[in-house]
Design a protein around this ligand. Structure first.
Ligand code: NZQ
Ligand code: ZN
Length: 387
C-alpha cells in the first residue's frame, strides 16, 4: 500500500428537494453571484426558475451557453471578466460536468491578474480562487466531488485536466430528480465515463482487497443502474445510486493507497474530444476495450482475471488469458448493449488525423509512465483498432 494524503473539503447535500437549502448555504458567501449554466436544460426542468426564486435577494450575473467540452474562449474568459468587473463573491454552477469544470477555471482565473491559461496549463500555480457551489444535473464526471476541471482550447487542440485543491466545490447539491430528464445518450455516456474512472484506478500494480471490492461494486452498480435509468428515466432509486457512484468516481476515494496508473484512456480520449468535440463518455467507451486488448500481457493478466471473475462472474477455473479475453469482450458488449456507438467512425472520426492525435497525446499526457506504458506507436495502434 502506498502513502497518501487525502482530504475532500466538499460538503455533499444529497436527495429529493435539497435545493430548498440553497438560500441558507449561499448566505455565507456574500451578495454577488455568478450563475453559470449550459444551453438551456436547466430552464426546461424548472431548475433555473427555482434557483432565481430561491435567491431573489441576491445580485445575480449570468454566464450561459457553456458548451459540452467547455471552451476556454469564450466561456472561461467571459466568466473571468464578469467576475472581475462585478466583484463577484461566489460562483453557482447549475448543470452538468462541463458547466462545473468551466466554473472551476473561472473561479481560479478571477483571482489571478494574468492570462487564466497560465493556470490551466500549469505555468503558474493559483494562490486563491472564488468559492464554488454547484447543483449537478448529470451523473457522470464526479466533478462535484473533485478538484479538477477539464478545459478545451480549440485553436491548439488542447484539452487539459486542470487540477488544484482550490477547485473543490465548497458545497455540491445532488438531487437525483434533476437527472430524470437526461437523455438516453447522455445517461449511457455518463455511465461509461464513470465506469472508466473506476477502471483507470483499478488497473494498477498495487491495490487492496478493500479498494478492489469498492471498485468492483462501483462498476456493478453503474451497469445495473444505468440499465434501469435507460428503461425508466424517472426511477428515483436507480438515478440516485447512479449519481452517488459517479460522485465518488474522480475523487480518489476508490483507490486510496493504490499505485499510480497514469489514467491512459482519459489521456487518449482528451485528444479525441479536443480534435473532434465528441462526447467524452462515448470516446472512452470506444477506446477502453481496445486499450485493454493492447495492454493484455503476462504482466497485466492477473488484474483482468480479477476484474472478469468479480465484475462479470466469469468462471475462475478457466485459463487466465481466456478469462481476460472474455472480460474484455464483456466490457465491449455492455457498452454496445446501452447503445453507445462503438467505433470512432460512428462519431465522425476517420484515419486522417490519427498520427497527429497520437503524437499530441504522447507529447502531453505522460503515458510512457502509465502502469502499462504507452508510446506514440501504441497510442496510434489503439486509435486505429478503434476505427
Ligand atoms: O448544456 P445543457 O443545455 O445544460 O445540456 C447538457 C449537455 O448538452 C445536457 N444536460 C445536462 N444536465 C441535463 C442535461 N440534459 C437534460 N437534463 C439534464 N438534467 O447534457 C449535455 C452534456 O452535458 P455535459 O456537462 O457536457 O456532460 P458531462 O457531465 O458528462 O460533462 C462532460 C465534461 O466533463 C469532463 C469531460 O471531459 C467533458 O468535458 N470531465 C470532467 C471531469 C472532472 N471534472 O473531474 C472528469 C471526467 O473525466 C471528464 O473528463
Ligand atoms: Zn472522464
Amino acid at each position: 500500500m502506498q502513502n497518501f494524503d487525502y482530504q475532500t473539503p466538499t460538503r455533499l447535500i444529497f436527495g429529493k428537494g435539497v435545493v430548498e437549502e440553497l438560500p441558507q448555504v449561499m448566505s455565507g458567501f456574500g451578495k454577488k453571484i455568478l450563475l453559470t449554466y449550459g444551453g438551456g436544460s436547466i430552464k426546461k426542468i424548472g431548475l433555473y426558475d427555482k434557483v432565481k426564486e430561491l435567491l431573489s435577494g441576491y445580485e445575480i450575473y449570468e454566464l450561459s451557453d457553456i458548451k459540452p467540452n467547455p471552451k476556454y474562449d469564450p466561456s472561461v474568459l467571459d466568466g473571468v471578466r464578469m467576475c472581475k468587473e462585478n466583484e463577484v463573491d461566489v460562483i453557482l454552477s447549475v448543470g452538468g460536468g462541463s458547466v462545473l469544470d468551466c466554473s472551476k477555471a473561472i473561479a481560479a482565473g478571477a483571482k489571478y491578474d494574468g492570462d487564466p491559461w497560465d493556470l490551466i496549463s500549469y505555468k503558474v500555480k493559483a494562490k486563491d480562487a472564488l468559492p464554488i457551489v454547484d447543483i449537478i444535473t448529470l451523473a457522470a464526471t464526479g466533478s462535484e466531488y473533485d478538484m479538477g476541471g477539464v478545459i478545451s482550447r480549440t485553436e491548439t487542440n488542447d484539452k487539459i485536466g486542470y487540477m488544484d485543491p482550490l477547485l473543490y466545490p465548497v458545497v455540491s447539491f445532488l438531487d437525483p430528480t434533476y437527472t430524470f430528464s437526461v437523455s438516453k445518450k447522455q445517461t449511457a455516456a455518463g455511465c461509461a465515463d464513470a465506469m472508466n474512472h473506476i477502471m483507470e484506478q483499478y488497473f494498477c500494480e498495487d491495490s487492496t482487497i478493500l479498494n478492489d471490492g469498492f471498485m468492483e461494486a462501483g462498476l456493478k452498480s453503474l451497469m445495473i443502474n444505468a440499465r434501469k435509468c435507460l428503461e425508466n428515466p424517472d426511477d428515483y432509486t436507480a438515478r440516485a445510486e447512479m449519481m452517488l457512484t459517479c460522485t465518488y468516481g474522480c475523487n480518489g476515494i476508490y483507490s486510496l493507497g493504490n499505485s499510480y496508473t497514469g489514467w491512459p484512456c482519459h489521456g487518449m480520449e482528451h485528444a479525441l474530444s479536443a480534435y473532434y468535440d465528441i462526447t467524452h463518455g462515448e470516446g472512452l467507451a470506444i477506446i477502453t476495450p481496445r486499450w485493454m486488448k493492447h495492454i493484455l500481457s503476462e504482466k497485466t493478466v492477473e488484474r483482468f482475471v480479477k476484474y472478469g471473475v468479480n465484475v462479470f462472474g466469469i468462471d475462475a477455473s478457466l485459463d487466465k488469458f481466456e478469462i481476460a479475453e472474455r472480460a474484455i469482450e464483456a466490457t465491449y458488449k455492455f457498452f454496445e448493449s446501452i447503445n453507445i456507438p462503438m467505433h470512432l467512425k460512428d462519431v465522425g472520426i476517420d484515419e486522417s488525423r490519427i498520427d497527429e492525435m497520437a503524437k499530441h497525446v504522447a507529447d502531453n499526457e505522460g503515458l510512457e509512465n502509465a502502469w502499462a506504458p504507452l508510446m506514440q506507436k501504441d497510442i496510434a495502434e489503439i486509435f486505429r483498432a478503434s476505427l
